[in-house]
Design a binder for this molecule. Structure first.
Ligand SMILES: Cc1cc2nc3c(=O)[nH]c(=O)nc-3n(C[C@H](O)[C@H](O)[C@H](O)COP(=O)(O)OP(=O)(O)OC[C@H]3O[C@@H](n4cnc5c(N)ncnc54)[C@H](O)[C@@H]3O)c2cc1C
Length: 573
């Protein structure tokens, strides 16, 4: 994952497949294609997984709500999607056990008949998961109807007004780290070149209007080098999620828009608000959706919302009205009042929802199916992978790369299309992973238990590559922030091995401090910048301006989450 080497290769080589966008879809396609033996280029205009894929609820799930919809509307397409999601859930947990885990979700109810309704629904959900789950992947525990006392034991912050609760299990992951593990695995296969901060500006075409190259701008170039160059490939795959229409229209201006972006935000609260390691599922909000409060990296993330979004050039950040909506939704389930002052951070993403191929888009975003589609534009030969969800990235990738292989093999009259091989392929960090790694790290005696746990969960079998940097420089075992387990060795590791180029790359995506606590992230910026400066040869002026720019960004997030908030509540932070 050396960016300079990657840029050199991208300028010189001709690839079988060039993938635009390195979120869940692009990263998944890169690994699928690389394992089939294709020569792959993977590029993103920002950092890996910095858009939707780094801002998800982090659930690996079939979708409890889709199951309810499937039965209410007798919709077999939704049922099939639930089935696929549940099957993928066990596969993802087995190929990246360090980045995923089963998560118990508690659904409180206020009347016995609600309990019966959810118990039947969630039994069906568990039954679906067990139905044909592969023997290689141990099933999750089944669902249970809990009495009030038991529910309060699992979530001590719950209101004693509840009647009872239904417990079921789904999967949880660290989304940006999962995407990075996919990209590292693709690169380590020897068949993929990946680089961040390369924006596709235009497409080069031949006389038949077929794309032959993408013209990209290196957004991280220093002034001594030309920032624009072309990447040549035989086939191009558009994996730009909510931004897919802009690349589709570069390929063929006659195409109609298909994506209906929908904004979803989360906010972060201290773990003590719920207590324990179980998640809370609020089954029905005032606008008819579900909201989750989930333990994540020692805090609780609460979300999400679902609103159409148009201003695609602006980052979809947490707004004060969304803070109010989420806290008002959570409050009836809690024993104590929760105030806006408890909010530590927040983040927003854009669902790449897909409109029917009619060009019409009158449906509400919350009722649009989160299914995917692979479109090939016959004129330009651009393939676009659209829609979908994180959980099904592997199926989406298989479908898209199948199409790419068919196009690639057709001119040569070759009948054999190599098949997808990702089902049992352990991702980066999973190969040498075992829970014993935690013991070994603890025995070294130099790091706290919480740091050892964090390193094991984040890097899996690669955790020792991070700690070995401490031998080089013992100062690297210092904490990035005194209240969190992240250590400075990770900053150096992220630059050398994970292509982190900015303070935000590290704080938001390599570790997750930015989405856990804005104040702490703001305070940690100088430490991160100091270590990054050494690795990336920043001058003192660059270091200072990078720190100021990052702190200004965080201040703007805090402002927007506070603006117009009800003055009777304390401000955030
Ligand atoms: C709030 C929310 C919660 C969600 N929760 C879940 C969940 O719990 N479980 C689940 O399974 N799914 C969930 N999803 C859905 C899931 O996150 C998305 O379906 C998935 O991440 C989309 O991935 P993607 O790669 O298609 O898009 P993205 O992650 O947005 O990636 C597209 C990439 O394309 C790049 N790009 C755009 N234009 C260009 C260009 N011109 N040149 C180069 N690169 C470009 C962008 O920088 C970006 O990195 C959630 C979505 C949202 C919004």
């Amino acid at each position: 994952m050396n960016r300079n080497d990657a840029l050199k290769q991208l300028k010189e080589e001709t690839y079988d497949l060039c993938i635009i966008g390195a979120g869940a879809s692009g990263a998944g396609c890169a690994l699928d294609a690389a394992l089939r033996g294709l020569k792959v280029a993977l590029i993103d205009r920002s950092d890996f997984a910095s858009e939707t894929s780094g801002k998800s609820t982090k659930l690996i799930h079939g979708g409890v709500r889709y199951l309810e919809q499937a039965f209410k509307k007798l919709d077999f397409a939704q049922l099939r999607q639930v089935k696929h999601g549940l099957n993928e859930r066990s596969i993802l947990i087995s190929i990246a056990p360090h980045l995923t885990q089963p998560l118990g979700l508690v659904t409180p109810v206020f009347h016995w008949w609600q309990g019966l309704y959810y118990w039947i629904g969630l039994k069906l959900y568990s039954w679906f998961a067990h139905w044909d789950a592969s023997k290689n992947h141990p099933p999750m525990p089944g669902s249970k109807w809990l009495n009030k006392q038991k529910a309060l034991q699992l979530i001590p912050g719950l209101s004693p007004r509840i009647h009872s609760a239904v417990l079921y299990y789904d999967g949880q992951m660290n989304d940006t780290r999962f995407a990075l593990a996919l990209i590292q695995s693709a690169v380590n296969s020897g068949n993929c070149t990946a680089a961040n901060y390369l924006e596709v500006l235009s497409l080069e075409k031949n006389d038949q209007h077929q794309i032959t190259a993408v013209s990209v701008k290196n957004l991280a170039a220093d002034h001594s080098e030309p920032s624009e160059f072309n990447i040549r490939a035989k086939v191009f795959l558009n994996c730009t999620g909510p931004f897919a229409d802009s690349i589709r229209k570069m390929a063929n201006p006659d195409l109609t828009s298909r994506i209906r972006p929908s904004k979803g935000v989360h906010l972060t609260l201290p773990n003590a608000i719920l207590g324990g390691n179980y998640a809370l599922l609020i089954p029905k909000t005032s606008d008819g959706r579900m909201v989750f409060a989930l333990p994540f990296e020692g805090e609780t993330i609460l979300g999400t919302t679902d609103e159409p979004y148009q201003t695609m050039s602006n980052e979809p950040v947490l707004q004060a009205s969304e803070v109010r909506f989420l806290l008002d939704t959570l409050q009836p389930y809690l024993s104590k009042p929760v105030i806006t002052g408890a909010v530590q951070a927040g983040f927003g993403g854009l669902r790449p929802l897909l409109a029917a191929n009619t060009g019409a888009g009158a449906r509400h975003t919350k009722s649009m199916l989160r299914d995917h589609e692979v479109e090939t534009d016959s004129k330009s030969r651009l393939i676009s992978l659209m829609g979908g969800k994180w959980t099904t990235y592997r199926i989406m990738a298989k479908d898209a790369v199948d199409v790419a292989c068919r196009i690639l093999h057709h001119p040569f009259g070759m009948m054999h299309i190599p098949s997808s091989n990702t089902q049992n392929y352990k991702l980066e960090g999973a190969q040498n992973y075992s829970p014993a790694i935690l013991e070994t790290l603890l025995q070294s005696g130099s790091l706290s238990e919480s740091t050892c746990q964090h390193l094991t969960r984040t890097y899996g079998g690669k955790a020792f590559d991070v700690t070995s940097l401490i031998q080089e420089n013992p100062e690297l075992k210092q904490l990035v922030h005194p209240e969190y387990p992240f250590i400075c060795a990770e900053i150096v590791y992220s630059v050398r091995q994970e292509m982190a180029l900015s303070i935000r790359d590290f704080l938001a995506r390599r570790i997750r401090l930015e989405i856990l606590n804005w104040n702490a992230s703001r305070q940690a910026a100088s430490t991160v910048a100091m270590w990054m400066s050494k690795e990336l040869n920043w001058t003192p002026d660059m270091m200072e301006s990078n720190i100021l720019a990052y702190q200004k960004l965080i201040d703007s997030f805090i402002d927007q989450a506070n603006t117009a908030s009800n003055s009777s509540h304390s401000p955030i932070l």
